[in-house]
Design a protein around this ligand. Structure first.
Ligand code: COI
Length: 354
């Protein structure tokens, strides 16, 4: 398939002050688009001006949520060059989500090359300040107008770009975590592992409860016993517990995070023992009180590494340590961002330079 590059009429106005960048609020001049039809396969790949989509009101995504997405980042280094962190892994995961949602596979090499071409054209939009980046959002939606419930025959795949500041307003400040004792995000056999919009829609009600109580994010427990920690929708959770790194195993309900994988590699190299097992909510609450839980942090593309300062469960709230980011958490934040921004060598072949 060829990639067509269409002109833009006029560049958009930009936010001059990079400190004003809000996650996911502004978009660049262009987007990548390609279409799929069951008979023709993928076709009409093009980079075109960013703008609204024309969708039939009966498009299946609007009724039955056949949709997937990914999240990646482009970083500007001190010498002005641009880097991406493990982009091929995101595209592979995009295809795994597509499989689960009965959507067509993309050609990983073509899609990655086309995405890189889009980013090169929009290179000027990559912000400069530490902690900022250009967030890349590949998305696939079912466009066929059809109200019968079945996989669609037509799809649109597109990539949009957004210059961003930190995901949380406070930057790397500790977040307050609300543990939901009733609502669940994913069940075994469900779609928890797929990066599909429905998982995020299902999380909103409990997130509202958390916000109303002054908390930032919801930590989900397993759906069966409502006892074991799974993930926070926007990030995987990792714990320093009894001196070991503990994180939920991947058994279908937890996203196979690329930052999670990278952090596990880094902590292993630092000599930590890793236990991929489900920590219980009692371990968290009791562990915060008696010091067995030494640190907790989230890991994800949007947040990078996000320290946790406190937990609240069934109206009991506990502070973790002195409430400040833990030593290991900050060491990992610094290590990961140093690799991404080019201050540290890329010893794992994680970086794609543009
Ligand atoms: C990401 O980390 O890129 C994500 O997709 C999480 C998102 C819900 C902000």
């Amino acid at each position: 398939m060829d990639l067509q590059i269409l002109p833009i009429s006029a560049p958009k106005a930009r936010i001059d002050d990079e400190n004003e960048l809000i996650f996911g609020k502004q978009y660049t001049d262009r987007m990548l688009v390609m279409e799929y039809d069951r008979n023709k396969g993928w076709h009409s790949a093009r980079i075109q001006p960013y703008g609204p989509l024309l969708l039939d009101p009966a498009a299946m995504v609007l009724h039955y949520s056949q949709e997937i997405f990914e999240g990646l980042k482009v970083f500007r280094r001190a010498d002005g060059s641009l880097s991406m962190f493990r982009p091929a892994d995101n595209i592979t995961r995009f295809n795994r989500s597509a499989e689960r949602m009965c959507m067509p596979q993309v050609d990983e090499k073509f899609f990655l090359d086309a995405m890189l071409e889009l980013i090169r054209l929009e290179a000027d939009w990559v912000p400069h300040n530490e902690g900022t980046s250009l967030y890349v959002r590949p998305t696939m939606i079912a466009t066929e107008p059809m109200l019968g419930v079945r996989p669609a025959d037509q799809y649109l795949c597109y990539v949009i770009l957004s210059p961003v500041g930190p995901y949380y307003k406070g930057g790397v400040a500790p977040v307050k975590i609300w543990i939901s004792d009733y609502y669940v995000r994913a069940t075994e056999g469900g779609t928890g592992e797929a990066k599909t919009g429905g998982n995020y829609a299902a999380s909103l009600y409990a997130a509202k409860e958390a916000t109303e109580n002054g908390y930032d994010q919801v930590l989900w427990l397993d759906a069966k016993e409502k006892r074991f920690v799974e993930e926070v929708g926007s990030m995987n959770m990792l714990f320093l517990y009894d001196g070991k790194i503990v994180t939920s195993p991947l058994h279908g309900t937890v996203l196979d995070g690329i930052t999670r994988r990278s952090v596990l590699t880094l902590v292993k190299e630092m000599g930590y023992e890793i236990e991929e097992r489900a920590l219980s909510v009692d371990d968290i609450m009791e562990g915060s009180r008696n010091g067995r839980l030494q640190e907790a942090f989230g890991a994800g593309t949007a947040v990078a590494i996000s320290p946790v300062g406190s937990f609240c469960y069934k109206n009991t709230c506990v502070q973790l340590g002195d409430g400040n980011p833990g030593k290991l958490t900050m060491e990992l934040y610094n290590k990961l961002t140093a690799i991404q921004y080019g201050r540290h060598t890329d010893d794992h072949d994680w970086i794609t330079l543009l």
